[in-house]
Design a protein around this ligand. Structure first.
Ligand code: NDP
Length: 333
């Protein structure tokens, strides 16, 4: 803690940490960049200079556990490849730190359970990097759907696809899967937060795989359907070959849509009554500030480990449905 702000240590100095989390920490009101953890000594040196960090606030994965002796670090923010989240979160909790973990929380429900248990045992809070819960257009979509402003939700159509993907995202051992794990998770989130209900069962189909070499261990594209607990249905798709970023919600007496729905900035929305007018915000600053305030005020985060675990459970059910061609009940997972 410094000047009333909680100190955050970033673990994994990749694209998201550098491009989004550091700028957000510079804008945040209740937390600041207090430390870094990296496997790359050159990056540690460069970041230390650039962000004016103390020598003893820079850690490698090998001496990461020494973070326990640094009272200026209150929160560890894990932004590593997906399959590495679990061990880093558990280590951070054991070092006595609160933790934010990037999405997807882990690649198995078992890992999610271990992460939740480690944080509980340490008496520390765990949050998942669901930045869109702090974005005004997405928050409005939650209100419109959950409060049935245009009547009950009948259908959600959501698509999130990226192209030009490379590196660990194409390696199942590190990613846990293809576009579903990386960006399809946003469609699962949208269906859940718009309806305020959980998927009961899912069906899924693998999309056409054109590049068998590139997509050797993960799907290139996937489509899936979710029977939601409130009686609505969700049709979703995700791929690594095109760009898509939207959702549309049909309700009893109208509709609303966000397009683009999931970017860091520039979200736009419309309803059957006109355009949404909300400011653009720095989502990650609001997300981290909210977590810092949760810690200070002893209140539960709305984007908890349990919320992350629920998504991983649904993603696993979707893969099972894709592989078996059968309708898979989510709670049977
Ligand atoms: P990057 O590949 O850009 O960065 C990951 C970093 O993890 C690397 O730079 C490296 O940092 C470290 N790392 C440690 N071990 C490995 C390994 N075996 N292979 C590769 N990197 C390793 O990924 P992103 O920053 O894009 O993604 C990181 C996490 O953040 C993912 O879980 C992703 O899903 C999530 N994310 C979330 C977003 C959101 O909007 N919420 C957006 C983008 C990503 P170092 O060299 O410092 O050790």
């Amino acid at each position: 803690m410094k000047d009333g702000k909680l100190g955050v240590a970033l673990v994994g100095l990749g694209m998201y940490s550098e491009g989004q989390l550091v700028p957000a920490l510079q804008k945040a009101a209740h937390c600041y960049l207090a430390g870094i953890v990296s496997g790359n000594p050159h990056k540690l040196e460069v970041w230390k200079e650039k962000y004016d960090l103390k020598e003893d606030a820079c850690y490698s994965y090998r001496n990461f556990d020494q973070i326990k002796d640094n009272p200026e670090i209150d929160i560890v923010y894990v932004a590593l490849p997906n399959s590495l989240h679990a061990e880093a979160v558990i280590a951070a909790a054991r070092a006595g730190k609160h933790v934010i973990c990037e999405k997807p929380m882990a690649i198995t429900v078992h890992d999610c359970d271990r992460m939740i248990a480690a944080c509980k045992e340490a008496g520390k809070m765990l949050s998942i990097g669901y930045r869109l819960h702090f974005e005004p257009h997405n928050k409005e979509a939650m209100r419109l759907g959950q409060q049935k402003v245009f009547g009950a939700v009948k259908m959600v159509e959501a698509a999130h696809s990226l192209n030009e993907v490379e590196g660990w995202r194409l390696d199942k051992a590190l990613s846990g899967g293809g576009p579903l794990m990386d960006v399809g998770i946003y469609c699962v989130q949208a269906a859940r937060y718009v309806t305020g209900s959980e998927p009961i069962a899912v069906t899924a189909q693998e999309g056409i795989k054109r590049d068998h070499e590139k997509f050797k261990t993960v799907e290139e594209a996937i489509e899936w359907q979710m029977e939601m607990g409130d009686g609505s249905i969700a049709h979703c798709k995700s791929s690594y070959s095109v760009k898509e970023n939207n959702f549309r919600v049909e309700t009893e007496s109208g509709w609303f849509e966000l397009s683009p729905a999931f970017p860091y900035s520039g979200v736009k929305g419309k309803t059957s009554e006109g355009e949404m007018k909300f400011p653009q915000v720095t989502q990650q600053a609001l997300q981290m500030d909210d977590f810092a305030l949760c810690i200070k005020e002893g209140r539960q985060t709305s984007v908890s480990g349990e919320e992350g675990r629920q998504d991983v459970k649904i993603l696993q059910a979707i893969y099972k449905a894709m592989e078996t061609g059968e309708r898979v009940e989510v709670n049977g997972q």
